[in-house]
Design a protein. Structure first.
Length: 553
């Protein structure tokens, strides 16, 4: 928990910083500081002042032509519907951000890009904005050919390309849905291309469509500025994101691999201390509900890349594709208290995991999550290099691998005090190829399987210690000389169910896998250095010998 407290301190530092000079554009008229402007799609008049609900503006064009000042509020009438793009101009300050919100009673005001604009709501080279209480969609009309209507589309898009630091972005309590973004993969085989799905697109052209996207670029790829544009202080919270492709939430940096581009290396990372790496910092994603149940193109719930100092917590990610929560080229990220379920392969993607610290990820902590009924529970896909701690999670009923070891030999992972509950797969812990040259320490975990002889991969660099193996007969690794065998004595059978936008993560459902008095898991673990302060359910950790598994009795 010390890591989380440090993030809060970083956020306080960001909030105290002063603003870069506001963007100047579209000069008429200029709003005054601290002014509220009202917009009414049914009864407004663009010739009015906009200064109260009886003199409201009418159109997005009127809003977009205004340069707002710090402290201003843009208030859209509840129940109103607008088609097109909302792109107000100007910047706030740390103390006085500009806010987009709603007024009146009724349904959230709706901004619909209708597939006619790349971004339904856009901010570019601006900073210190709060977007709250909107409904946003950007769906191109369907055609007779599946995927033909997928385009370079986003719901809410925050971006910049002029170099320097842009700060202070809050997206709070929005409902973003039905964005028909194209699915562009970094690599793969172009023989698999289909309408709306493209392989081997490289870094800058891939994985940047969907519900809420934060990214940066350059005005001219052939002549990039010497300084990258970076985003600092991003918060996405309390929002519902559904049926958006490629992803629900994306954070991404430019790196310069387009055809004809000059490479900058800002977004890719060749080593942990790569001097070219220019990540976005202080990213908080919390309390959101992300799902893609009604589109075959909805892949990642979250694709959080090119970040340093991030917390992803208390989100529900359900029925997405490829990966529920994926980090990539990222440093110092804590993923905690999330529920991720029913991830499946989609749109040509190879994976179907709940949580994945992927390529070039360092100082990743994955803790207190309930990941269930996915293809893979947790995928450790640390290509090139990486380090991760996976602790006090409940990993249950995943159909392929509960934990998938798939890293390069320069990576390392410490996997301890998790409860692994397998009822559907012939594999409990699985790895192959070069991943078996990585260093994995797998300690104090309950590995329970109702499937007999569910495989547990071994190699000289996969080190098992003090795990409990229970349920049907399991192949206990030979190097686990302190293994505990027996029934863990769970308090109840693990039921079905997942969190809703109203309930949030149903972590309590996993409490069925607490252990009863007399369990061989109690007081039989080995001590771990710096294990954190609590178990999955919030119980303070041991003073002496710990229990095995995600719950401390």
């Amino acid at each position: 928990m010390r890591r989380f407290k440090r993030f809060k301190s970083c956020a306080a530092i960001v909030a105290a910083l002063t603003a870069i000079a506001p963007q100047t554009a579209h000069a008429e008229p200029v709003a005054q500081a601290g002014t509220a402007y009202y917009v009414d799609a049914a009864a407004g008049n663009d010739s009015a002042s906009g200064l109260d609900s009886t003199r409201a503006w009418r159109t997005l064009a009127r809003v977009n032509s205004t340069t707002f000042q710090p402290g201003d509020r843009i208030l859209l009438r509840a129940g109103g519907r607008w088609t097109g793009q909302l792109w107000p101009k100007g910047s706030g300050t740390a103390a006085t951000p500009i806010t987009i919100d709603r007024y009146g009673t009724g349904a959230a005001p709706r901004v619909d890009g209708a597939g006619q604009v790349a971004d339904a709501v856009r901010l570019s080279n601006q900073q210190f904005w709060t977007i709250r209480g909107l409904e946003v969609t950007n769906q191109a009309p369907a055609t007779g050919t599946p995927g033909q209507n997928l385009k370079d589309l986003r719901g809410i898009h925050v971006t910049g390309d002029r170099g320097g630091r842009l700060e202070g972005f809050v997206v709070d309590g929005v409902h973003v849905h039905d964005v028909t973004g194209e699915v562009n993969w970094i690599s793969g085989d172009t023989a698999g291309n289909k309408p709306g799905i493209n392989f081997k697109m490289g870094w800058d052209r891939s994985k940047k469509t969907g519900g809420i996207v934060f990214d940066t670029g350059v005005p001219n790829p052939a002549a990039p500025p010497s300084t990258p544009t970076t985003l600092h202080g991003i918060t996405v919270q309390n929002s519902v994101i559904a049926n958006t492709s490629f992803a629900g939430i994306v954070v991404k940096q430019y790196t310069g691999d387009l055809p004809g581009a000059v490479a900058t290396g800002w977004g890719t990372r060749t080593k942990a201390d790569d001097p070219k790496f220019a990540p976005h910092t202080n990213v908080f994603i919390r309390g959101n509900h992300i799902s893609h149940p009604n589109t075959e193109y909805g892949c990642n719930g979250m694709y959080i890349t090119n970040v340093r100092h991030a917390v992803i917590e208390r989100n529900v990610v359900n029925r997405t594709g490829t990966s529920g929560i994926e980090t990539y080229f990222a440093d110092d990220v804590t993923i905690q208290f999330n529920e991720v379920s029913e991830t499946k392969q989609r749109a040509g993607g190879a994976d179907s995991n709940g949580i994945d610290p992927d390529k070039g990820t360092t100082k990743q902590v994955v803790q207190y999550n309930y990941t269930h009924d996915n293809g893979d529970g947790i995928l450790l896909c640390q290509f090139v290099f990486g380090d991760v701690v996976v602790r006090y999670n409940v990993i249950a009923r995943n159909t392929r691998y509960q934990i998938y070891l798939h890293s390069d030999k320069a990576a390392r992972a410490s996997v301890y005090n998790n409860t692994i509950y397998n009822t559907r797969s012939n594999y409990a812990i699985y790895g192959y190829g070069s991943s078996l040259q990585s260093t994995y320490d797998i300690t104090n975990n309950v590995v329970y399987s109702t499937v007999a002889n569910a495989a547990i991969t071994t190699s000289p660099t996969v080190r098992y210690r003090n795990n409990l193996y229970g349920g049907a007969t399991l192949p206990v690794p030979g190097d686990d000389t302190s293994a505990v065998r027996g029934d863990p004595l769970f308090v109840a059978s693990l039921g079905q169910g997942t969190g809703t936008p109203q309930s949030g993560p149903r972590l309590d459902l996993a409490y069925a896998l607490k252990v009863r008095s007399g369990s061989p898991a109690i007081n039989t673990g080995t001590q771990i250095s710096n294990p954190g302060s609590r178990d999955f359910a919030g119980t303070p950790l041991y003073q002496g010998k710990p229990d095995i598994g995600a719950f401390e009795s």
